[in-house]
Design a protein around this ligand. Structure first.
Ligand code: SAM
Ligand code: SF4
Length: 325
């Protein structure tokens, strides 16, 4: 499917829950978040129906399960199995904070998850606890190892770099790639959800991060970047097992090549992460709309996908956990 500007849209991020067992500073407010009511959340059957009858026929054949924290959703492997039953599905990935991964990696890989992105912003335990507001670093590191052992490939580590929070941690995170075949990606902090934090911290550009790493390591180009659906510049520390990725949504936006659509946990379509405006797909689905009618709705949302996110001047009101990252 192509949008109004001719961009090919083939990648769908499906948020299976807006709940989370962390409250990362850059993603959610410390308290007071109101979750979507349970009855508003799409069931696995509803997600499967939409993927099979609406998204795959429209050409969205690459899917990532996200959240909130997707592993909090009971029986997630059941959804993975349902989606894997669709022969046209090309790629099924997962984004997680890793807390429940040690227990679930084997089952999810067996059910058909190809690859995983794990959020990890520091390797210093106390700072990790502060950033995530209570998380335990060791548990997440065990989740990273479990994903590697389960054969998920590639295993990517996502680090959102926030000035004053974890800028100094980029060196140790990059060092992880020397010993482990993981792909560590540094992501610019985006003004989503927490206006105050963004205004207080601002953002550090990803070229600053690369500059810091160059002072410590010899960085070389990557011949074969790890599989993925997103825009990243790739480098590696010479002779390392893994690679480094640099993602710059703010300093050098990649909207021209945007290939994605988002389905929120309450069944709304979001054509642009950083622009307000959603289209309710759940209500017509539950009212018995035909697959053809639902496809037309999706096409209407995609047709007006904005040319770029026009950020910098505004802060998106929904939190990342509500949109799915
Ligand atoms: N809970 C899962 C996780 O943490 O990976 C999946 C959902 S989370 C919303 C998806 C991604 O969004 C994570 O990699 C997270 O670091 C990123 N994210 C959240 N808030 C962000 C922000 N303000 N700027 C940039 N990335 C953000
Ligand atoms: Fe939860 Fe992921 Fe957001 Fe952290 S980034 S609060 S783990 S949804």
């Amino acid at each position: 499917m192509r949008d109004g500007l001719g961009r090919q849209i083939d990648y769908l991020r499906v948020s299976v829950t807006d709940r989370c067992n962390f409250r990362c500073q850059y993603c959610m407010p410390a308290r007071g978040k109101i979750w979507f009511p349970r009855e508003e959340i799409l069931s696995f059957e509803e997600i499967h129906t939409l993927v099979r009858d609406v998204f795959i026929p429209l050409g969205l054949t690459r899917i990532r399960l996200t959240g909130g924290e997707p592993l909090l959703r009971q029986g997630l492997a059941t959804l993975v199995t349902l989606l894997r039953g669709e022969p046209a599905l090309e790629d099924l990935a997962l984004s997680t904070n890793g807390v429940l991964l040690e227990a679930q990696a084997g089952g999810l890989a067996a059910a058909g998850i190809d690859r995983v992105n794990i959020s990890l912003d520091t390797l210093e335990g106390e700072r990790f606890r502060r950033i995530t507001r209570g998380g335990n670093l060791e548990i997440v590191l065990r989740g990273v190892r479990a994903a590697l052992e389960a054969g998920m490939h590639p295993v990517k580590i996502n680090c959102v770099v926030v000035p004053g929070l974890n800028l100094e941690d980029v060196i140790e995170l990059a060092r992880l790639t020397i010993e482990l075949p993981v792909h560590v990606r540094f992501i610019e902090f985006m003004p989503v959800g927490d206006r105050e934090l963004f205004e207080a911290r601002g953002t550090v550009t990803i070229s600053d991060v690369a500059g810091r790493l160059r002072e410590r390591f010899e960085l070389v180009p990557v011949a074969a970047p790890p599989a993925g659906n997103g825009p990243a510049d790739h480098l590696a520390i010479r002779d390392a097992m893994g690679t480094l990725g640099f993602i710059h949504p703010m300093s050098r936006h990649f909207c021209d090549a945007c290939n994605r659509l988002r389905l929120t946990a309450n069944g709304h379509i979001k054509a642009c992460l950083l622009t307000s405006g959603e289209l309710d797909l759940k209500t017509p689905l539950r009212q018995g709309a035909s697959a053809d009618e639902l496809r037309q709705l999706v096409q209407s949302a995609v047709a007006i996908k904005p040319d770029w996110h026009h950020m910098g001047d505004r802060v998106q009101a929904l939190t990342m956990s509500q949109v799915g990252g």
